[in-house]
Write a protein that binds this ligand. Structure first.
Ligand SMILES: Cc1cc2nc3c(=O)[nH]c(=O)nc-3n(C[C@H](O)[C@H](O)[C@H](O)COP(=O)(O)OP(=O)(O)OC[C@H]3O[C@@H](n4cnc5c(N)ncnc54)[C@H](O)[C@@H]3O)c2cc1C
Length: 335
């Protein structure tokens, strides 16, 4: 409960919202779907700015990539054809897995989930980590300057209380959002660069039950070009954990030639043995750190293998040079 809430603002223009959020005399925060904020016990929040009418619920596509507005709900992400076709529906699967309740998915927004971060318990964050996504942030400021001053000999300007309004927009990589975002900055949208046509992706999770939060989740994206692994992305995450990119594993595999299944398997294992040493997941009442590390190797192996197989299939089919040698993994786009 926000027991000290004094003001509710329904902003109709993004600049108005930014100026309200920039106030320093009254603590003002954005209100998106409200699924997290309204249940929060925080006595310092005095005002909220409702973002519903700012036109930030959209999913569009242009040359830079796919733009997902901050007010897009998790359910809209799961339903949109553009995202179903992006990276084999990776974001769709992760959005659906983020909350098993459609009621919550209908309210919870992308911006709210990013702002809450690990505490949102959303699988979406791990999927965003492998897509090289960028987050667009905007802030506003208002400055009142009095130019009336001066002396009798040299009077000042006949202007009092001029108001300067400023705004700033910048984009930060998703991986550094937590560190870089300032408290008065509004998350406006997420931009996901188009992955190459032949890339393969995979997303898996471990939970106590199918609908529970993920004790651990893993996402991988693999792109093959000219018979080599050109781009490899691998991230592990889970409940109360920031997603972690295993960059050592990625570097070990990038540039390597595509091999037969057993040889690729050996290579993945060797890379994981090197890279997992830097994976130090936190313990909590659900799972110990050791459990998460051991399961992490297993899960990371499986997502990399699936993403590599899929990418391999794409490259074989597009080059039409040989017959595919493995099963096509299911997209898993269940609701
Ligand atoms: C009982 C319950 C269980 C839940 N379990 C899960 C779960 O397992 N997995 C899951 O993914 N989600 C879960 N959620 C929902 C979770 O709260 C949302 O995923 C998300 O974290 C909040 O999104 P929202 O749009 O409702 O944000 P809000 O609650 O409106 O806001 C959350 C925070 O983000 C800030 N904020 C919102 N939008 C912006 C923006 N554009 N820019 C800057 N800051 C912003 C707000 O000021 C606030 O501090 C659960 C919710 C409930 C009520």
């Amino acid at each position: 409960m926000l027991l000290n809430l004094l003001e509710y603002h329904w902003a109709e223009d993004i600049d108005d919202a930014l100026l309200l959020l920039a106030r320093t005399d009254i603590k003002t925060v954005p209100l998106a779907g409200g699924t997290y904020l309204l249940g929060l016990q925080n006595d310092s929040i005095q005002a909220v700015v409702d973002l519903r009418d700012l036109g930030l619920a959209y999913i569009t596509e242009d040359v830079h990539g796919i733009h997902i507005g901050a007010m897009t709900t998790l359910q809209s992400m799961a339903d949109t054809p553009i995202l179903k076709n992006l990276a084999m529906g990776l974001l769709v699967r992760a959005a659906l897995a983020s909350s098993s309740s459609r009621l919550i998915r209908n309210s919870a927004t992308l911006g709210g989930t990013l702002a809450v971060g690990a505490a949102s318990q959303a699988d979406l964050l791990t999927a965003l980590a492998v897509l090289d996504s960028e987050v667009v942030l905007r802030s506003g400021s208002r400055m009142q300057i009095n130019l009336e001053g001066g002396t009798n000999d040299r009077p000042g300007l006949a202007l009092s209380g001029i108001t300067f309004k400023g705004k700033q927009e910048r984009s930060v990589p998703f991986s550094s959002l937590e560190l870089e975002r300032r408290s008065n900055e509004l998350i406006v949208e997420v931009i996901i660069p188009h992955p190459a046509a032949g890339c393969g992706t995979s997303f898996m999770r471990i939970g106590r039950t199918a609908t529970d939060v993920a004790l651990l989740n893993a996402a991988a994206l693999v792109e093959i070009a000219n018979g080599c692994y050109r781009r490899v992305r691998l991230a592990l995450g889970g409940v109360n954990m920031e997603p972690v990119r295993l960059q050592i594993v990625e570097k070990e595999l990038e540039g390597q030639p595509v091999a037969s299944s057993p040889a690729d398997g050996q290579r993945i294992l060797a890379a994981l043995q090197k890279g997992i040493a830097h994976f130090r997941p936190p313990p909590d009442f659900r799972a110990s750190s050791d459990y998460r590390r051991v399961s992490g190797v297993n899960l990371a192996y499986r997502v990399l293998e699936e993403a590599m197989n899929t990418s391999n299939w794409h490259s074989v089919i597009t080059s039409e040079s040989s017959t595919p040698t493995g099963p096509w993994p299911s997209g898993g786009l269940e609701d």
